[in-house]
Write a protein that binds this ligand. Structure first.
Ligand SMILES: [Zn+2]
Ligand SMILES: [Zn+2]
Length: 446
């Protein structure tokens, strides 16, 4: 009996400590929220393109410095030496213990905003090719930056509740998938600290604000850009017999590529082969010399990726040969290394651990297990081929009223990268900060 009473007292104490911790987290976020929403709107109105995140990085670094972090700017080395790496690495040392790295992206997209919001972006800037384009935070990286600043502040104030080394990474150039690689090339894990865990969040246009989602294991695919040049022998459109028509060859190639997924790949290994662009010819009655195609390939496993790329090359060359195109005019097939990203594999054990933390912080109804997707992002690179456990969780960003409306009417909501994408700042920011802070406090608890 006495044992039971002791157990009861212990459980009550445990419960009240957990509830107290959640309440105090909420009241701290309440205190900061108005100013964080202002920060979010300021960032939203001032987006910058990948490779040119100068002002965003300077702002992010200054804020973290004020919070007591040791901050290094201009981290990142690109293959193209003309681009500056605008990566920010902020470190907060708090005694012995584990090292946890939190990552946010800093960049925005070449999209002309059409939300009509009072804080909508009107920014135009020059892209890598020197053309002036409209810019928008259409992927919600401004939500991520603001959530990170909110989290960084709470953790700097709650140092008595955790120990170890906290590293915050502001990563540039995610949208062109060479940012994470540029940071690693510049010695992220050698110059600063090699993390035991790496965590990130990404907002979602398919999940209500107030909720978070998680995917254990493969969550996002690897992405490889492929360029194909079909070379034929051009001539008069009325004399096909004297030509080798690259347009017909390209059409056959496109259809034959569909058999990679349907006939060569195991149905249990997800693969996408999409021909996203095809250009050839100038006029009705001219058979051109060349046709250019641009493809994207998505897979989870690297061995599958290599096999699919080899199939694309084999099929393309084989069809050109069957059409009688001579060897010296064989198709040129190029796989881009600079526009490739590895798959995101969320460490299953760490993912389940964080999911349990989120349930405690946000309630069971606000934590959802999601399906993996074939979209890509370069966060997975920070795992060094799954040597370091990483997790990117999903942060709901859709106004619940609009979400319900879309379910009732069947009208799709604007997706990420859409000119109409409109995250609801509150409670999205609150949820992101609460989830991320709770995750760190659990992984680094005293
Ligand atoms: Zn994006
Ligand atoms: Zn994104």
């Amino acid at each position: 009996m006495r044992n039971r009473i002791c157990l009861l007292i212990f459980l009550c104490a445990l419960f009240s400590t957990t509830v107290f911790a959640q309440q105090s987290l909420d009241s701290l976020i309440d205190r900061d929220l108005a100013s964080l929403v202002t920060t979010y709107k300021t960032l939203h109105a001032a987006p910058e393109l990948s490779h040119y995140e100068q002002k965003t990085a300077t702002f992010f670094a200054a804020q973290l410095r004020t919070l007591g972090y040791t901050v290094t700017e201009r981290v990142g080395k690109y293959e193209n030496a003309e681009w500056t790496g605008y990566g920010v690495v902020a470190v907060l040392k708090n005694g012995a213990g584990r090292t946890v790295l939190l990552r946010t992206e800093l960049d925005a997209l070449p999209v002309e905003e059409k939300t009509g919001l009072p804080y909508a972006s009107k920014v135009k800037m020059k892209n890598d090719a020197g053309q002036e384009v409209s810019v928008m935070h259409a992927c919600g990286h401004d939500v991520h930056i603001t959530s990170m600043l909110g989290t960084a502040k709470l953790l700097s104030e709650m140092k008595n509740q955790w120990q170890g080394t906290l590293v915050i990474l502001g990563q540039p150039a995610e949208e062109v998938v060479d940012g994470a690689r540029s940071i690693l090339r510049d010695g992220l894990y050698e110059r600063f600290a090699k993390p035991d865990y790496v965590i990130a969040l990404h907002d979602s246009a398919d999940l209500e604000a107030g909720k978070v989602g998680y995917v254990p294991g493969y969550a996002m695919a690897s992405s490889t850009s492929v360029d194909i040049k079909i070379r034929g022998l051009g001539g008069h459109g009325a004399r096909p017999e004297s030509t080798k028509d690259p347009i017909v060859v390209a059409a056959q190639v496109i259809m034959a590529l569909q058999t990679i997924v349907s006939r060569e790949d195991s149905p249990l290994d997800p693969v996408v082969v999409t021909v996203g662009s095809i250009h050839g010819g100038t006029k009705h009655n001219i058979i051109p010399d060349e046709v250019d195609m641009q493809l994207t390939v998505r897979t989870y496993k690297d061995v599958v990726r290599k096999r699919v790329l080899a199939s694309i090359e084999r099929i393309t060359r084989g069809i050109a040969m069957a059409a009688g195109i001579p060897e010296d005019r064989a198709p040129i097939v190029k796989f881009s290394d600079s526009q490739a990203s590895s798959a995101l594999y969320n460490d299953p054990q760490l993912t389940e651990r964080l999911a349990a933390v989120f349930v405690k912080a946000l309630g069971q109804d606000n934590v959802v297990k999601l399906d993996p997707v074939m979209m890509s992002e370069d966060f997975g690179a920070l795992s060094l081929n799954q040597k370091i456990p990483v997790v990117q969780f999903t942060l709901g960003a859709v106004d619940p009223a609009r979400f319900r409306q879309s379910k009732e009417t069947g009208m799709a909501l604007p997706s990420l990268h859409s000119a109409l994408f409109q995250p609801l700042p509150e409670p999205t920011l609150r949820t992101g900060i609460k989830a991320m802070t709770s995750a760190v406090l659990d992984l680094m608890k005293r």
